[in-house]
Design a protein around this ligand. Structure first.
Ligand code: NAD
Length: 367
């Protein structure tokens, strides 16, 4: 049997630094759990621009289409800020998402007990929090036509169009129901059916798809109320399914309930490939953090948790994903902290590599 394949695109800034720690974890799984991956690496973002003059070479795109999963670090940085829009580092990322048709963006908001004090909410509201937001990623108001700015009656008018087909709503809904089945079987769909026709269609289609998942408890909520509930009592949610625009906002809001940007993973999934695995790209939510690049200060946990998501959602290794998450929980409970996780009590922060060392030691201890 051939090993599952991974394409690593470490990118720019702290991307390669945090990805180095992920590579150590991948090696650990091969050595200690008989779970080896065929790993290849390539360039994306500014690093690809420097070599090829484009933020994603066609050959890299072809490799991304051929592997079982892509792991991405981060793209961008001040050196590329003045580039033409068409070759900016972010275009590489958008091309990957678009051509792989990654329509379901999974953004977990999980609060490790040891970090509950970092939340802007009271500790008891967030300790143990574990929400998954499934955001539709390839349609809606960010893509709908007509769009643009034009003149009407001597006045500028800005236009964007919220447009969803039932097929687009349905495929995302199926991803969300499948997610709920793997978790606590509760799904809350959020839209604005009170004021938007696309919201009425959204609610209808999600309700229709529910017939195929009778075990899942489905609720509907207006997205504005959803925002309120997320900061009032976030633990009421298990899986949330929402559109591109509301998902953009609600997932950032939910994410910050949990503290640091250095802790947040994400996955973007598409349709199943011939081998049954979904097209998939896993990446931390944070950017390339130019302010700390090259100083070994970056927290590698968001990127490592993104690999844990790959284990669970691409490779059906839920137990091994849980092992990795438990190792991270353990090192945090033992007080290991990178600079971004330092509280007012101070202390000496761990370097990126030292945090990797601690997680590997906790993995060894789990055997
Ligand atoms: P950023 O996420 O890079 O950094 C925001 C702040 O969080 C910085 O102070 C940074 O030091 C800190 N931070 C981020 N990740 C951290 C980590 N793992 N450990 C410790 N601290 C961490 O966002 P920004 O500063 O707005 O953007 C910087 C560059 O990254 C820009 O070029 C932007 O376009 C790009 N960007 C890329 C992505 C991506 O690749 N997906 C996402 C956001 C921003």
């Amino acid at each position: 049997m051939t090993n599952p394949s991974l394409l690593i695109l470490a990118g720019d800034g702290i991307g390669p630094e945090v990805m180095d720690q992920v590579k150590r974890i991948i090696t650990w799984y091969g050595d200690k759990r008989d779970l080896a991956f065929d790993v290849s690496e390539d360039l994306v973002g500014g690093a690809a621009y420097d070599k090829h003059g484009v933020p994603l070479h066609d050959d890299t795109m072809a490799k991304a289409q051929a592997v079982d999963a892509v792991l991405l670090g981060a793209v961008g940085g001040p050196a590329y800020d003045d580039l033409d829009f068409s070759v900016k580092p972010e275009r590489g990322l958008l091309r990957l998402r678009k051509e792989m048709d990654l329509f379901a963006n999974l953004r977990p908001a999980q609060c490790f007990d040891a970090l509950a004090d970092f939340s802007s909410l009271k500790k008891e509201l967030v300790a143990g929090l574990d929400i998954m937001i499934v955001r539709e990623l390839t349609s809606g108001v960010y893509f709908g036509e007509p769009r643009g700015i034009h003149i009407e009656d001597n006045m500028r008018v800005g236009i964007n169009t919220q447009r969803y087909t039932e097929a687009e709503i349905e495929r995302g809904a199926r991803a969300a129901f499948e997610m709920a089945m793997k978790r606590n079987k509760k799904l809350c769909s959020m839209e604005k059916a009170n004021v938007m026709e696309s919201g009425i269609l959204w609610r209808d289609v999600v309700t229709e798809v529910h017939a195929d998942y009778p075990e899942v408890e489905l609720s509907h909520m207006y997205a504005d109320n959803g925002a309120m509930q997320l900061v009032r009592a976030p633990k009421q949610f298990d899986v949330i399914y929402t559109d591109n625009l509301f998902g953009d906002i609600l997932s950032d809001c939910a994410a910050m309930l949990t503290g640091s940007l250095g802790m947040l993973p994400s996955a973007s999934l598409g349709a199943p490939m011939a081998n049954g695995r979904p097209k998939a790209m896993y990446e931390p939510v944070h950017g390339s953090a130019p302010d700390i690049t090259g100083q070994s200060k970056a927290n590698p946990i968001a990127c490592i948790l993104s690999f844990a998501m790959a284990l669970r959602y691409s490779f059906d290794q839920g137990d091994e994903a849980a092992r990795l998450e438990a190792a991270i929980e353990k090192v945090l409970a033992d007080g290991a902290r990178t600079g971004d996780l330092m509280g007012p009590e101070g202390g000496k922060p761990l370097s990126t590599t030292e945090m990797g060392d601690a997680i590997l030691a906790a993995l060894d201890a789990s055997l």
